[in-house]
Ligand binder design. Structure first.
Ligand SMILES: Nc1ncnc2c1ncn2[C@@H]1O[C@H](COP(=O)(O)OP(=O)(O)OP(=O)(O)O)[C@@H](O)[C@H]1O
Length: 259
């Protein structure tokens, strides 16, 4: 068995005495796509921030390629892992190209200045999110959905082994939601993404489900997404229907009264 790309062991993060991430452990293997689901406030964003090293757990540890994350520099982490946060904003006035080019920062140094490989990575990233031709536009002139694709392009330009995305389909119209999810699925990159749409989560290799900071289920979609789990965690009645067109299973949901 190869070493996991990322290991989380007994992660706990408390805010004002309340555990928003509580004793979470799991492994992520190279090539996997893991969908992180859970109700609002269940700790998805908090857990993702721990995995990126942006926040430290109160207890527990994370290893990235066998190295303790807490011992790695930001630059070392950024050469392996890219993060697309929720509602991320670029502060400076930048063009789209400049903004995406920031993804190359971890690879640049005095001895390794900007070169054709960096330019190639930026163009490839822009092309894979459908933003070729937007290079010269002011970042601020982009629509919400275009910005979201720009953020993903910046992360791709980083050429990470592990891509962590917090609700990447947020702000996107239905076409771009599906296009971004297809894009992520087609990348040769290990991915962890927080998702709200359970039909989108079905496309992941494994699903991790958080409830009140605890990891209550982890496994293939068909094992994790059961009517019982969806009732207990999301307070919904869930039924699976088969699409007559191709037999694919689709969820249908009804809200239940919270008890
Ligand atoms: N800085 C903070 N101060 C106080 N509480 C916080 C802080 N950050 C997060 N929390 C709380 O931690 C809990 C988990 O929040 P988190 O954003 O991780 O949840 P989430 O699952 O990503 O939610 P959503 O689906 O709504 O985005 C929530 O109850 C939230 O209010």
């Amino acid at each position: 068995m190869t070493m996991p790309l990322l290991q989380a062991r007994h992660l706990t993060r408390s805010i004002r005495g309340r555990a928003v991430v509580s004793d979470v452990s799991f492994d992520v293997h190279a090539g996997e796509c893991i969908g992180l689901i859970g109700p609002n406030g269940s700790g998805k964003s908090s857990l993702l921030r721990l995995l990126t090293g942006l926040q430290r757990p109160n207890s527990g540890e994370i290893t990235l390629k066998g190295e303790l994350l807490s011992r790695l520099s930001r630059r070392q982490i950024a050469r392996c892992l890219a993060f697309v946060a929720q509602s991320q904003e670029a502060s400076e006035r930048l063009t789209v190209r400049q903004s995406v080019a920031l993804g190359r920062t971890p690879w640049l140094s005095v001895l390794s200045p900007w070169g054709p490989a960096d330019e190639g990575a930026v163009q490839k990233a822009l092309s894979s999110v459908g933003l070729t031709g937007f290079e010269g536009r002011d970042w601020e002139s982009l629509s919400g959905g275009e910005r979201q694709r720009g953020h993903i392009a910046r992360a791709l330009a980083q050429e990470p082994e592990l891509l962590i995305l917090d609700e990447p389909a947020n702000h996107l119209d239905i076409h771009h939601q599906l296009a971004v999810l297809d894009l992520i699925a087609g990348l040769n990159v290990t991915t962890i993404l927080a998702v709200h749409d359970l039909n989108h989560a079905m496309r992941c290799d494994r699903i991790a489900c958080l409830d009140q900071g605890q990891l209550v289920a982890l496994g293939p979609p068909a094992e994790v997404l059961t009517p019982q789990l969806l009732r207990e965690v999301f307070h919904i009645r869930a039924r699976q229907l088969s699409d007559p067109h191709d037999g694919q299973l689709i969820w249908r949901f009804d809200a239940l009264e919270k008890v």
